[in-house]
Design a protein around this ligand. Structure first.
Ligand SMILES: Nc1ncnc2c1ncn2[C@@H]1O[C@H](COP(=O)(O)OP(=O)(O)OP(=O)(O)O)[C@@H](O)[C@H]1O
Ligand SMILES: [Mg+2]
Length: 646
C-alpha cells in the first residue's frame, strides 16, 4: 500500500457521496400525473417491472448455426438471457421457463396470480438464482410512492373509484388496488380527504433495506407467527390510539415490505400449511389480511419460492394442500449435466476465493465428469461414460463412424434426470480439501480424485450410492483420465504436433480423393503424377479399426464431407471430421508411443533421451498449462499407471 492510499480512497468516497446527491422527486398527484403521461411505464405492476429489467440486458437466440444448439439442445432453438449468462451455466432450459413465467405474468396472464416455485436438489443454484433476480430489482429506476407509506403504495391509488374509468380512458392505464389503511387514515384525518395534497416521493428498491423485497425464512412451527408475513399491531401504541386505529399498525411483514417487488419464501414447504394461506390470498385476491380489524390490504408483487424435492413430494402427497398446489407454477432447477458447463461453475466459485494456487489441466474436468456421472440415470442404449460425453455435445467415434445416438432419445428414456447426485458444493469442498492437503499449492486430477474418494467414503452413507460413486471414481474416471493423460504426454513428445497432424490430414485427403475419383496425386516436390498410396491410406484407417471393404465407404464419405464443407465456404482442418481427427491423432501418438513409454519410465536416461524428455516436459509446461510440480506429478503417475502391459 502506498502512503496516500487513504487519500485516494477518500476521493472515491467523495465522488460516491456526490453521485448519491441526485435530487429525488417530491411532489403531489398533479406532478405525478404529468410524469405518468410522459412515460406510462412508471406505474407498471411488479411482474412487468421485473420482467422488463431482466430483459433489459438483451436476449440471444441460439439457433442451428450454434454448436451447442445443434448438439445439446437437439437443434431446438434456445434463448439465452444476458442478465443470467456469465453467472449461471448449463441451465438455459430452466431460465427459459422462468422467463416464460415472468413474461405471461407481465402480460397479466394467470401467472400474475401464481407463485413461482423453483424446485431442485441441494446446491443446484436455486438460492443463487433468487438472489440474482432480486438483484435485478435493485437495478430498476426508483419508484414513486405515497410519502411515508409502509407498503410503498402506488400514488395512483389516490384517485377515487368514481374517476378511475375516466383515467383509464385518458391514460390507457388501469388502476388496481386501493389505499392501505395507514395512508387512508392520513388522507381522511390529516388532509381532510384532499387527495391532491398527499405528498409523493421516490424510493429505490433495496434487498438489505427491505424496500420492495420481503423474505420469509422457514419457521419452526412453534414460533410461526403471521406477523412475519403481514405485520402486527404495535402494543406500545395501543395506549395512545383506539384499537381499530390504523396508527397502531406496524406494516412490516414480508408481504408489506415486498409490495411492488418480490416476496421470497425460503424452503417454503418447511412451513405449516396454515402459514401459507396468506400466500393463497395474496396470489388469488391480490390482497393480504391486515393485522387487527382493518380491511384487506392490496398487494402487487412477485411471489418466489424454492424448496427441494423431498419437501415437495411430501407436501404434494397431502391432498388437503390442493388449494396451494393449484396456485403454483413449478420450474425444475436440476443439476448441470454438461460437464464443460459444470467446470464453468467451479471456475466462477473459485474466482471468488482468495487462494493463489495452480490448477493442473483436466483437474476441474475430472471433478465435473464425476459430478455429472453421479447425476445421470442409467441408459439402455449407451454406457454412462458415453452418455456423459453425448450430453456434453461430443462426437462418439465408433469403427470409423460417428455413433448415431440421438441426445433427445437419451433424455426421453428417463425422467427427472439431474434431480439427484453429487452437488456443486460437494465438489467445491473436495477442491478445498485437496488444496489444503497440497504441499505444493496446487491441485491436480490425481489429488482431486483422491479428495473426492475420501469425501465419498466419509459422507455418503447410503451404501448403493457410495458404491456407485466409488466405482466411477476408482474405475471409470481412472481409466478415462489415463487415456487423456497418455494422449497428452505422447503428444508432448511429438514436436510441432499440430503441423504434423495437419500435414498427415492433407496427405490423407489428397490420396483418398484421388482413390475415390480414380485419378492421380501430384507429388508436391517432383510434380509427378502418382497412384494413390494405398499403404499410407490404410496405415491411417487402421488406427480407428477400418478394415477390408469398409475403407471404400470411409474414403467416399470423407471426400464428400470435406467437399461439401468447402463449397459452403467453411475452412477445413485436421480437426474438422471426428473420425479422421481421431485416426490422425492415433497415428501420430502411436508413432512415438514406444519411445515415449521408454523415456518416461526409464530411471536412467542417456543424453539423447534426456534431451527428448526435457523437451516433452517443457511442452507440457509451455503449451499445455502445467507447472513444474504438476508436470512432475502427472508424469510420475503416468509411469506408475500407464503402459502396464508393455
Ligand atoms: N448451474 C449453475 N450455474 C452457476 N452457479 C451454480 C449453478 N449451480 C450451482 N451454482 C452455484 O452453487 C452454489 C450453491 O447454490 P445455491 O446455494 O444457490 O443452491 P440451492 O439450490 O439454493 O441449494 P439448497 O437447496 O441447499 O439451498 C452457489 O454459489 C451457486 O452460484
Ligand atoms: Mg438454497
Amino acid at each position: 500500500m502506498s502512503a496516500d492510499t487513504t487519500k485516494k480512497f477518500l476521493q472515491n468516497i467523495k465522488k460516491h457521496r456526490e453521485s448519491k446527491k441526485v435530487e429525488k422527486f417530491s411532489g403531489f398527484l398533479e406532478d405525478y400525473l404529468q410524469i405518468v403521461e410522459k412515460d406510462t411505464n412508471i406505474s407498471i405492476l411488479a411482474h412487468k417491472r421485473l420482467y422488463n429489467q431482466l430483459l433489459s440486458q438483451g436476449v440471444t437466440t441460439l439457433d442451428e448455426s450454434n454448436d451447442r444448439c445443434s448438439k445439446i439442445f437437439d437443434g431446438e432453438s434456445v434463448k439465452v438471457y444476458h442478465y443470467f449468462s456469465n453467472h449461471f451455466f448449463g441451465m438455459e432450459r430452466s431460465l427459459e421457463k422462468i422467463m416464460r413465467f415472468f413474461h405471461s405474468a407481465a402480460m397479466k396472464g394467470e401467472e400474475s396470480r401464481q407463485v413461482l416455485l423453483l424446485l431442485g436438489p441441494v446446491g443446484a443454484g436455486k438460492s443463487a438464482l433468487v438472489e440474482h433476480i432480486k438483484g435485478a430489482l435493485e437495478q430498476c429506476d426508483p419508484i414513486y410512492k405515497l410519502e411515508g407509506c409502509p407498503i410503498n403504495e402506488e400514488p395512483l391509488h389516490l384517485i377515487p373509484r368514481s374517476l378511475r374509468a375516466k383515467f383509464q380512458k385518458l391514460y390507457n392505464i388501469p388502476i388496481e388496488g386501493d389505499l392501505c389503511p395507514v395512508c387512508r387514515h392520513r388522507l381522511l384525518n390529516d388532509l381532510d380527504g384532499d387527495y391532491t395534497q398527499f405528498p409523493i416521493e421516490q424510493v429505490s428498491y433495496s434487498v438489505r433495506g427491505r424496500i420492495g423485497v420481503g423474505v420469509v425464512p422457514p419457521m419452526d412451527p412453534n414460533t410461526q407467527d403471521t406477523s412475519l408475513l403481514i405485520g402486527s399491531e404495535d402494543i406500545s401504541k395501543l395506549d395512545l390510539y383506539p384499537e381499530d386505529d390504523p396508527r397502531v399498525l406496524s406494516l412490516n411483514g414480508a408481504f408489506n415490505v415486498g409490495n411492488r417487488g418480490i416476496v421470497e419464501f425460503v424452503e417454503v414447504f418447511k412451513n405449516e400449511i396454515e402459514f401459507l394461506h396468506t400466500m393463497i390470498t395474496a396470489t388469488q385476491e391480490k390482497s393480504v389480511p391486515s393485522p387487527g380489524k382493518q380491511a384487506m390490504i392490496y398487494f402487487d408483487g412477485v411471489i418466489l419460492a424454492h424448496c427441494n424435492e423431498a419437501e415437495w413430494n411430501k407436501f404434494k402427497s397431502e391432498h388437503t394442500n390442493e388449494a396451494i398446489l393449484d396456485r403454483i407454477v413449478r420450474v425444475n432447477v436440476p443439476y448441470c449435466l454438461e460437464y464443460d458447463e459444470e467446470v464453468k461453475i467451479y471456475k466462477k466459485l473459485l474466482d471468488r476465493s482468495d487462494y493463489n494456487y495452480h490448477i493442473a489441466p483436466h483437474t476441474l474436468e475430472v471433478a465435473a465428469m464425476f459430478a455429472v456421472l453421479s447425476r445421470l440415470k442409467t441408459s439402455n442404449k449407451v454406457d454412462p461414460l458415453t452418455k456423459m460425453k453425448i450430453y456434453n455435445g461430443e462426437e462418439i467415434v465408433e469403427k470409423g463412424n460417428i455413433k448415431k445416438v440421438d441426445i433427445k432419445d437419451l433424455r426421453e428414456e428417463v425422467e427427472d434426470e439431474g434431480m439427484t447426485g453429487i452437488s456443486t458444493r460437494f465438489v467445491m469442498k473436495a477442491i478445498d480439501a485437496a488444496l489444503a492437503d497440497s504441499t505444493k499449492n496446487m491441485i491436480t486430477p490425481i489429488s482431486i480424485r483422491d479428495a473426492l474418494i475420501k469425501q465419498v467414503k466419509d459422507q455418503i452413507t447410503n451404501s448403493d450410492e457410495r458404491k456407485f460413486c466409488l466405482e466411477h471414481l476408482q474405475k471409470t474416471l481412472h481409466e478415462e483420465y489415463l487415456v487423456l493423460l497418455e494422449k497428452e504426454i505422447t503428444k508432448a513428445f511429438v514436436t510441432a504436433y499440430d503441423e504434423q497432424a495437419e500435414s498427415l490430414f492433407n496427405n490423407y485427403l489428397d490420396h483418398a480423393e484421388a482413390y475415390v475419383n480414380n485419378t492421380k496425386v501430384k507429388d508436391h516436390v517432383t510434380k509427378e503424377d502418382m497412384e494413390p498410396d494405398e499403404k499410407f491410406l490404410m496405415s491411417i484407417e487402421e488406427q480407428i479399426g477400418i478394415k477390408g471393404s469398409a475403407k471404400n465407404n470411409f474414403r467416399a464419405d470423407i471426400s464428400s464431407y470435406m467437399f461439401a464443407k468447402l463449397r459452403r465456404g467453411e475452412v477445413i482442418d485436421w480437426r474438422s471430421y471426428g473420425p479422421l481427427r481421431e485416426a490422425v491423432e492415433n497415428k501420430l501418438v502411436s508413432s512415438v508411443r514406444d519411445i515415449s513409454r521408454i523415456i518416461t519410465k526409464s530411471k536412467s536416461r542417456d543424453v539423447k533421451q534426456k534431451k527428448k524428455f526435457n523437451a516433452m516436459v517443457q511442452t507440457l509446461i509451455n503449451d499445455y498449462g502445467y507447472n513444474e510440480d504438476s508436470a512432475e506429478e502427472v508424469i510420475k503417475f503416468a509411469s506408475n499407471n500407464l503402459w502396464r502391459d508393455s
